[in-house]
Structures are given as structure tokens and as C-alpha cells.
Design a binder for this molecule. Sequence first.
Ligand SMILES: Nc1ncnc2c1ncn2[C@@H]1O[C@H](COP(=O)(O)OP(=O)(O)OP(=O)(O)O)[C@@H](O)[C@H]1O
Ligand SMILES: [Mg+2]
Length: 538
Amino acid sequence: MITVSNLAIQFGKKPLFSDVNLKFIPGNCYGVIGANGAGKSTFLRMISGDLEPTRGSVIVGQTERLSVLKQNHNEFDAFPVLDTVLMGHRELWSIMKEKDALYAKSDFTDEDGIKAAKLEDEFAGMDGWNAESDAAMLLSGLGIKEDLHNQLMKDLDGKVKVRVLLAQALFGNPDNLLLDEPTNDLDLETVMWLENYLGNSQNTVIVVSHDRHFLDNVCTDIVDIDYGKIRAFSGNYSFWYESSQLALRQQVTSNKKAEEKKKELQEFIRRFSANVSKSKQTTSRKKMLEKINIDEIQPSNRRYPGIIFQPERQTGDRVLRVEGLTYEQDGEVFFKDASFTIEKGEKVVFLGKDNRVTTAFFKIIMGELIPASGVFEWGVTIKKAYLPLDNSVYFTKSEKLVDWLAKYSDDTSEAFLRGYLGKMLFSGDDLQKDVQVLSGGEKMRCMIARMMLEHPNMVILDHPTNHLDMESIQSFNNNMKTYQEEVMVASHDHEFIETVCSRVIDLTPVGVIDKYMDFEDYLGDPNIKEIRTKRYNR
Ligand SMILES: Nc1ncnc2c1ncn2[C@@H]1O[C@H](COP(=O)(O)OP(=O)(O)OP(=O)(O)O)[C@@H](O)[C@H]1O
Ligand SMILES: [Mg+2]
């Protein structure tokens, strides 16, 4: 159990949030939601003890363990896979190391003997003898075969690495588990595995996510950061969303009497609960919508950024020609013999066996990576703007947000930049902020602002919705739908690609599968399914 009392944090003039009083109880899974920059990651860092609050305290139950899913994927590069998982249980790991050091001594004294006996006791108390087999089982459950268990982390493929880190966080069944946007880096299969794991967990889980589907599948409670407050609501995400929308509608039609409003909300909750109990999606710990305090439901305060791409000129007839393009990495074929042309106005979704494939392809056509063979040629009228999957290289220097943006703008007057950043929901104090402290979503908004300033007629997007809150995703999605020029995109956001794209190019190890159809039709077509299976399983 985690108890948060009178918690407040303040970086600039205004506190991010204050007077936070909450209890996080075992058996519940809390979904932390809020706009980009609301303070979700900051809140988790204060709970894990990584960051000192300005005021107030966080108390984790005595003798309880707390574990965090690490965001830095390279932190354990020097260690073997199995050790990395064992390190998830810090106390156990340090006892193991201490023991090893003692037994390795050449001058083992009586005193050492007593110490060793004590350590053995503690080790056994933590079920240490089963630790390695437990860790191995957890890894195998996540699809990491035994021959990988003794390899070094640095030699693993990025996708496998994240799964090891997930195993590390879950190892030893921690009483309290903190996850900050876990689904961003996980493949669909692992996300489903995690949903199932969390659904059956008897511990306290706190998870930050912008993924509505994931939140609905795992959460028993929603913790909303808004209005400088943090408040908890029973129920899943859809319930929170629908009820806050209803509260908003009621606020607009304020002529209704309080009594009537309350009745309307009660009716809503009754209907919603009925649906929830029918749905298989809800977790085994389904409960207590009845307990909801209607007076506490508040309309949401979220805002939509103004994402509008305006091309400087229209594209000519020639956009992009790709011929015989092949890329390999360490003997592994990413894609081979990719040949196609992109025509004016086309919006294409790119698929591959995993993210590395599409990322490599985009880097090649952006001139950042050399292909093994093949050529590509851009039309002379094309003005590209590229959103890379990893934007960290853009934020390595400490500088003010307004200066960062000025580097990419023709008009560098303060008035222009201020207005421009305002549309991207940065205001007042924000402009003087160091870009290095920006949240994940704020950095994405900066990258999108930078792209808009290029006035492109070709937009290349490598996972555009990662880190963005739902309002930003919707603005981005809407604009890409109406944008008249070309789009090339890779994304796991079904809605985004389904509504934007009308052509699918699948970069397989044996040429491309290239179809003029919607993404869902593509996935659902039995003939295509057969071709895909053949090409990917060779
Ligand atoms: N050291 C700092 N100094 C000043 N401001 C900071 C500092 N650390 C974080 N911030 C600001 O605090 C706010 C909250 O950041 P945080 O990373 O917690 O947001 P978040 O809710 O996790 O957002 P996202 O959804 O984008 O991940 C942001 O506006 C961020 O710029
Ligand atoms: Mg965050």
C-alpha cells in the first residue's frame, strides 16, 4: 500500500499540483492519466523516491517492496540477461553478491562464517534458492528462450531488451509496481501478456498510459491529474471519460437543477455498470461503480493543440521512386528488393516484421543510413518533414524552449514564436524552460512544431502518436486526414493509420507487398495473410 499525504511539487512559479492525498491499495490497478506535461512522470518519480517533493510525503508499507519499469533501455547493457532480471529484487541481489564475495575469500574466518550463516538465513527467507528458476520462468513466459538467458543485454535486439526489463520489474512479485508508459516500446503480443498479468495481480499497480484500450483492459481506478490536483476515481478509463463528458455537457446547460443533474449521472452510472458486468474485458477484480461520489465528477480541462501543416508549394507528379532497396544488419535481412513509386497525394502506411524495419527504411530515404543495395530518388518539388522515432538527439543541449524553436523558424521575432508556441499549448513561463526538462509529450509537440515550420509537402512519420496525449493525437490525426499532400507513416495506432492511409506497403524480407487498401482490410484479407505468412516465415 502507498499513502500519499499533502503532496506538492513546484518547479517554476506555479505548483504542478498540490494538496494531494491518496491511498493506493493492493489488488487495484491505478491508471494515471492527464495531458502531456501534467506531471504524471513526476508523480511516479516522487512515489519511487527518485525525486523529493516540495511538500508532503509518500509512505510505502513497511517491509513492502516497490519496483519500477526502467525507461533507460541501455542501463544494464553490461550484464547478462538473467542477472538483469535478478537485480529487480535489490535486497536479494545484494545478499547474493555479498555471499559470493564472502565465499570467495581465501582467509575465511569464524566471523565470516557467522556472517555467511546470517546471509544464508535471509537468502532463504526471500526464497532465494528458487530465484534463478523463477527468473528463468518469467523470461520464458515472455518468450525469451533459454539460450538467451546468459547473453549480455547489449547484444539483444531492442524489442527483446524491453521484455527483459519488464521481467526485471515484475521479478519477485513486488508489492508495489510502477510503470510509466509501458506499452510504447512493447510489441502487441507482450502488451497482451502484460494486460493479463496485471489483470491477475493482487498487488498495488500504478501505471501511466495514454493508451485508452490498454487502460480499459487493466485499470480498476483512474487517477486524473488536472487543475493542479490529483484525484482518484473508481472504474476504468471509459467510465471516467464518459462521466466527465457528461459533467461537461451539464456544465454547458447550467439551467438544470442540481437534483436533476444528479439523477442523470446516477442513471448514467447504472447503465454503465450494467454494460461493464457483461463485458469480458473487465478484470477479475471488477467492482464498486456504485461507490462513486457523483459530486466529485468534474469536466475535463484538456486542450487541443493547433496542428496544421501548410505546404509551401504543391508536389509535382514525381514524388518518390524506390528500386531494389535492400537493408541488412548483422546478417539479418530487414527488407529486400523493395521497389515502388509514390504518387502525388498518396498516404501510405509502412509495415515490416518489427519497428526496426520501418525505422531503417525511413532513415535510408532521409539519407541518414546507407542501404546494402538499391536506389531511391525524390522528385525535385518535394519538401520533406521527418518525425523520427527517437528524438533524443534534438534535445542533447541545454537551451530555452523559445531559442530551440527559433533555430527552425524563418521569423525569429519573439511575438511570432510566442504565438506559434501558444498554438502548441506552450505559454508564459514555458518559453523560458530548458528543453531538457520537457516531458515526453512536450518534446513531441516541439518536434511537430518544428516540422510545421518546414511547410512540407511530404510528411514522414515514424510512430507519430507515441507519448502524445489523446487530445494531441486527435488534432494530429484530424490534420493528417485533411492534408492534401503525401504522408508516409509507420505506427501501431490503428485508428490513425486506418483513417489517414489508403495504401499499404509491407517491407518483407522477400520484396514488398503493395496494396491500395485500408489497413484493416489489408490485415483481414485471407489471401494477403497467406502471402505474409510465407514471406515472413522463410
Ligand atoms: N526539473 C524541472 N524543472 C522545471 N520543469 C520541470 C522539471 N521537470 C519537469 N518539469 C516540467 O513539469 C511538467 C511535468 O512533467 P512530467 O514529465 O511529469 O509530465 P507528464 O505528465 O509525464 O507528461 P507526458 O505525458 O508528456 O509524459 C512538464 O511541464 C515539465 O516540463
Ligand atoms: Mg511522462
